[in-house]
Design a protein around this ligand. Structure first.
Ligand SMILES: Cc1ncc(COP(=O)(O)O)c(C=O)c1O
Length: 635
């Protein structure tokens, strides 16, 4: 193959300047090389025709009668400009030698616009298929919109991106595909098969960006795979995904109605709906979507403290007594994090004992409150958990609410995981008493399967969030705006800019209806019951709690044959401790399933199965059990 080298030109040359110098030897005076498709280095002044021609050239090979095609699409070129065209065997190697006149450019532009506007469905379909095949090695981000004439290339590039994503989505749902292609961090840092994470000073071609997109997905984890059970948030909801795409396209900020009119109103609609489901009267309730359950929990504690001590906002912790809060020993670690962040201190988070199922013991809570008071500490808040992270336990909310009332404490319910169960008429009783809470964390990105991230903090008292957090920045929250400024909700938050997390949830709710979520969630509960029953019958598995699961969490140990008959002892547990990590390591390496494990209190490492993935079927559950046995039998 002949190599033609061009001097890279950054400026548009003046009339006649540089042409002879830049022209490869052997080409006639009137010919300009548009170069090999895969090569970069394009003179900027050829920018427009380059990108257009790239699309054109890549598609030509699909036609047997090249001249006819050229004539059809670009009559002016076919007449005067096309000199030669060669095609390689496996890879298309095209050289188009032509002279582009201003007239040509105009004609090409007109023709292309005309082709795009064609109403003939087949032509449009064909054009789409062609766009997906277009090689973008010579095109750069600077050629895309808003660059002049960037529409076609932008369409072409985004269609290619969508094609990559569609391929990934198909693979995600293909049970035979691997969940991950595991590599160690140092391997990713060193670069894998040309996938280079290092950033360079020079732009990469769009083609390279597409390769990077493919590689990014290739070396990631398919969290929507039917056998991905690793996290509480899993699954890939196509409507939610569409919502996320739309959100990213709108690329706006939630702080004011002014710049997010639809989304801010949508947020109020969703918050109202969620408050109603909790059982609060709509006029009283309030809330905000936040970047995750940990932040929602932080909001809950922040508001609890503000309610009791509004002076905190201006004067800080120094004016407060030694305040303490309570959470069960199975509560999420974000509560301690919040205490650290808010200056309360982790020592002032008192962990309340749980029963064998992981539920807070109300008598222990009461005891701890009295003890704290005796020590001169000032209790201000109790965090109850509705759906604990590991065991899926629901604290007894009515009992806790009674205690909070007696001691005049704020009751926050962390229903980040379990909140979705409120949508199930069969199972919502497990959160009975949540309506008595002062604030609630509820993550639709967990049980409801909304793409990450989507979490709400809901408060029973209206106005508290605003009073606690607002700073009335004059450049954003002007009081004399043309619309009802109650919809400028941004000052209720601790953020300034805020991502739009509501649209995907709203769209999914539209798509499923509340009943659709219910069906989905009830199915997870059925799967959990099935899983529990199967494990119960197997003598090489042991359930951490031998009772029907209350939620979708099922915790268990696997005993390889060599440990199966050894009676419980410290030595046996030392060995058992190593089993789950070893099986998990092999799962990751083989990429067949993903499941979480942890130790907890006096219990050595055990697996935690959770159901929150709509793609999971009973056969996947059976597969998981077989896979654990296969990977663990010789350990
Ligand atoms: C009970 C509970 N609360 C809070 C969180 C934190 O939620 P996020 O991961 O959205 O910050 C989790 C996360 O798993 C959780 O299980």
């Amino acid at each position: 193959m002949t190599e033609l080298h061009w001097r890279r030109r950054r400026e548009k040359p003046s009339e006649g300047e540089g042409e002879s110098e830049a022209r490869p030897a052997g080409l006639s005076e009137n010919e300009v090389d548009v170069r090999r498709m895969m090569e970069l280095e394009q003179p900027d002044w050829l920018e427009w025709e380059q990108s257009r021609l790239n699309c054109f050239l890549c598609n030509i090979h699909r036609y047997s009668d090249v001249c006819l095609t050229i004539g059809f699409l670009y009559p002016s070129l076919s007449k005067s400009s096309v000199v030669s065209l060669k095609m390689g065997k496996n890879m298309m190697i095209l050289w188009l030698l032509l002279r582009i006149t201003d007239d040509d450019k105009k004609q090409m532009r007109k023709k292309s616009i005309h082709a795009c506007q064609s109403t003939d469905k087949d032509v449009i379909k064909e054009a789409h298929a062609e766009n997906l095949m277009t090689n973008l090695s010579n095109a750069y981000a600077s050629d895309l919109l808003p660059s002049k004439e960037g529409e076609d290339l932008t369409k072409c590039f985004l269609l290619r991106v969508v094609n990559i994503l569609l391929h990934y989505i198909e693979k995600t749902f293909d049970v035979k595909s691997k969940i991950l292609d595991f590599h160690h961090p140092h391997q990713l840092l060193e670069g894998l098969d040309g996938f280079d994470l290092e950033l360079s000073d020079h732009p990469e071609s769009l083609e390279q960006l597409l390769v990077d997109c493919t590689d990014t997905l290739k070396y990631g984890v398919k969290t929507g795979h039917p056998r991905y059970f690793n996290q509480l948030s899993s699954g890939l909801d196509v409507i939610g995904l569409a919502g996320e795409w739309l959100t990213a396209t709108a690329n706006t900020n939630m702080f004011t109605y002014e710049i997010a009119p639809v989304f801010t109103v949508m947020e109020t609609v969703l918050l109202k709906k969620m408050c109603e489901i909790i059982g609060w009267r709509e006029t009283e309730a309030d809330g905000i979507f936040s970047p995750g359950g940990s932040i929602s929990n932080l909001y809950g504690i922040l508001v609890a403290r503000y309610k009791q001590y509004p002076e905190i906002k201006a004067r800080g912790m120094a004016v407060l007594p030694c305040i303490v809060l309570f959470v069960s020993e199975q509560g999420h670690y974000s509560i301690r994090k919040a205490a650290a962040t808010l200056g309360i201190g982790t020592d002032n988070v008192i962990e309340v004992k749980c029963d064998e199922r992981g539920k807070m013991i109300p008598a222990e809570l009461e005891k701890n409150i009295l003890q704290a008071k005796r020590k001169g500490q000032t209790p201000f808040c109790v965090v109850a958990t509705a759906g604990s992270t590991v065991f899926g336990a629901f604290d007894p909310l009515h009992d806790i609410a009674d205690i909070c009332e007696i001691h005049r404490l704020w009751m926050h319910v962390d229903a980040a995981w379990g909140g979705g169960l409120l949508l199930s008429r069969t199972h919502s009783y497990k959160l009975s008493g949540i309506e008595r809470a002062d604030s609630v964390t509820w993550n639709p990105h967990k049980l409801m399967g909304v793409p990450l991230q989507c979490s709400a903090l809901l408060t029973r008292e209206k106005g508290l969030l605003g009073a606690c957090n607002q700073m009335q920045a004059e450049y954003l929250f002007q009081p004399d705006k043309v619309y009802n400024i109650n919809f400028d909700t941004g000052d209720k938050t601790i953020q300034c800019g805020r991502h739009v997390d509501v649209f995907k949830l709203w769209l999914m709710w539209k798509a499923k209806g509340t009943y659709g979520f219910e069906v989905q969630i009830d199915r997870y509960m059925e799967l959990a019951k099935y899983f529990y029953k199967v494990l119960k019958k197997k003598d090489n598995f042991k359930l951490v709690f031998d009772a029907e699961p209350e939620f979708t969490n099922v915790c268990f140990w696997y005993f390889p044959p060599r440990l199966k008959h050894i009676p419980e002892s410290f030595e046996r547990d030392q060995e058992l401790q190593k089993i789950a990590p070893k099986i998990k390591a092999q799962m990751i390496v083989e990429g067949t399933v993903m499941l979480s494990y942890q130790p907890c209190g006096d219990k050595v490492n055990f697996f935690r199965m959770v159901f929150s993935n709509p793609a999971t079927r009973q056969t996947d559950v059976d597969y998981l059990i077989d896979e654990i046995q296969r990977l663990g039998k010789d350990l």
